[in-house]
Design a protein around this ligand. Structure first.
Ligand SMILES: [Zn+2]
Length: 57
């Protein structure tokens, strides 16, 4: 139930070049990953995916 998903990072949304909000979320996700904060990393993925759908769809 609580196993890490090996495909999770493959499904992570990709920031669009030249977008400040994408860059900001990507930076937050990167620092969350560096401190092994998986819930913050997941939050950033959710926010980035939502932003991509709203701003880049
Ligand atoms: Zn963006």
């Amino acid at each position: 139930m609580n196993r890490p998903l090996p495909t999770a990072h493959l499904a992570a949304p990709q920031p669009r070049p030249g977008c400040a909000q994408c860059a900001d979320l990507a930076r937050q996700r990167h620092s969350a990953r560096e401190r092994r904060d998986h819930s913050a990393e997941t939050d950033c993925n959710v926010l980035l995916r939502r932003h991509l759908g709203e701003a880049h769809a």
